[in-house]
Design a protein around this ligand. Structure first.
Ligand SMILES: Cc1cc2nc3c(=O)[nH]c(=O)nc-3n(C[C@H](O)[C@H](O)[C@H](O)COP(=O)(O)OP(=O)(O)OC[C@H]3O[C@@H](n4cnc5c(N)ncnc54)[C@H](O)[C@@H]3O)c2cc1C
Length: 397
């Protein structure tokens, strides 16, 4: 693996850093709660990001993107992620970024023009409706309860979903529904549902500890929601397969963005410990503080290497499920520890709203749950390992 960073990529990274510092970060102290105002603010950043030549790093030029591969995206997403608002400015934030990737891979040419084109341009937002309240799909997607029934040339979707990020104000959702009871994990289909569809309802925005998400996390419902054959995304019954197309890169891009955010909390902590004194020396001179900094630096670096490796595999056309799973567990737990240490080193200031550290700490915590909780990834990682070992033992007999 070649670790060289091409000069053009280095330059782009610098541009993104300067953009975040001068355009986005000044907004951090004045983020609107109203979804319409947020959308307006996003549009303004998007047009500035386009002018700066840093908009939409991950999509191909055909859709107005920079056409970077995942390995290159790793650097740019990390840089944008130094502010929780940065990825939105570049239009590479969740859930739109994962949805764009899925649409680019699976949607028909007509669907791409209708949904991907405006989403890529930053004119619309989207959401992804998979998780359901008990007894439906959660950590175990095979519990999917939402159903879609074929009636004539229409599909009728019924079911409840929750924690649907960005639903409020989204132009459409990608909905996962069961289309065949008997086929189990092979009996689900993805549908494109417009926000204006009378059968698609947003029941409430759920109050959560993370806040900086335009459109919140919502409880939504499909009530005799009628869509046409043309609204099936990809092929019928291949929904779970497509979910993997979306989730592999999506969980890795979360790792990239959160690594940037964790780095910023360390920047705040280092500045603090260099100037604050306790027991006749600066905090930075205390070994207990130095060890926290060193551990954070080492763990972030190890996480970054896992991200780069998994990204490189994706670039080779590998599904990289094992590697993206390992990176997701490691990085989500690492950024938790790193941010926690940053808060600790900064004392009371760390939990205040005077710096972005406490906001980042709150917004980061759900990362160990979404896109597969750590326990579920560990289960999958161990299962692959055991399968391999069992095959080896079988081979020796
Ligand atoms: C901030 C945020 C944003 C989200 N955005 C979206 C979205 O846009 N669209 C969407 O569809 N969903 C979204 N989700 C939902 C997310 O995908 C689910 O929370 C996740 O899949 C876990 O499902 P659950 O919450 O139902 O947990 P449950 O299935 O109830 O599991 C609860 C806990 O049990 C443990 N557990 C589960 N299985 C195992 C196991 N095999 N072994 C050991 N322990 C286990 C884990 O610790 C897990 O956290 C979001 C969630 C959050 C927190």
């Amino acid at each position: 693996m070649d670790f060289t960073i091409a000069p053009e990529l280095r330059e782009l990274q610098g541009k993104v850093r300067r953009f975040a510092e001068t355009v986005v970060i000044p907004y951090e102290t004045d983020v609107p709660h109203d979804v319409a105002a947020w959308q307006e603010m996003r549009r303004e950043w998007n047009s500035k990001a386009k002018e700066a030549g840093i908009f939409l790093p991950q999509l191909s030029p055909e859709w107005g993107g920079l056409g970077l591969n995942w390995r290159e995206c790793s650097l740019i997403f990390e840089e944008a992620g130094r502010s929780l608002l940065g990825p939105q400015a570049l239009n590479c934030s969740a859930p739109d970024e994962g949805n764009m990737h899925l649409l680019e891979a699976v949607a028909s040419p007509e669907q791409k023009e209708k949904y991907l084109r405006p989403l890529a341009a930053g004119e619309t937002r989207s959401c992804f409706s998979m998780t359901e309240p008990a007894p439906g799909a959660g950590a175990d997607p095979s519990l999917l309860q939402t159903s879609a029934e074929k009636r004539g040339d229409k599909w009728i979707i019924n079911g409840k979903k929750w924690f649907i990020t960005g639903a409020m104000g989204a132009a459409f959702t990608i909905a996962m529904a069961r289309t065949d009871e008997v086929k189990g994990r092979h009996g689900a289909t993805m549908f494109l549902v417009d926000a204006g569809n009378p059968g698609f309802r947003i029941n409430r925005k759920i109050g959560t500890m993370d806040e900086w998400v335009p459109g919140g996390h919502c409880e939504v419902e499909f009530v005799d929601c009628e869509v046409s054959e043309a609204d099936v995304l990809g092929q019928v019954h291949r929904g779970f397969e497509y979910a993997q197309v979306r989730l592999g890169p999506a969980r890795l891009t979360h790792c990239m963005r959160w690594t940037g955010a964790a780095r910023r909390t360390i920047e705040y902590a280092t500045h603090y410990v260099l100037t604050r004194e306790s027991f006749r020396k600066t905090l930075a001179e205390h070994q207990g503080v130095q060890w926290q900094l060193a551990d954070s630096e080492m763990e972030l670096h190890a996480g970054r290497m896992m991200i780069w490796h998994a990204a490189w595999l994706l670039d080779q056309g590998e599904p990289a499920r094992h590697e993206t799973s390992m990176a997701k567990v490691f990085v989500s737990e690492t950024v938790g520890r790193v941010m926690d240490r940053a808060v600790q080193m900064m004392g009371a200031l760390g939990i205040s709203e005077d710096t972005p550290v406490s906001q980042m700490y709150r917004d980061m915590r759900p990362f160990r749950i979404y896109d597969g909780p750590s326990e579920v990834h560990r289960h999958s990682i161990a299962r692959r390992l055991l399968r391999r070992a069992a095959a080896e033992i079988g081979g020796e007999k």
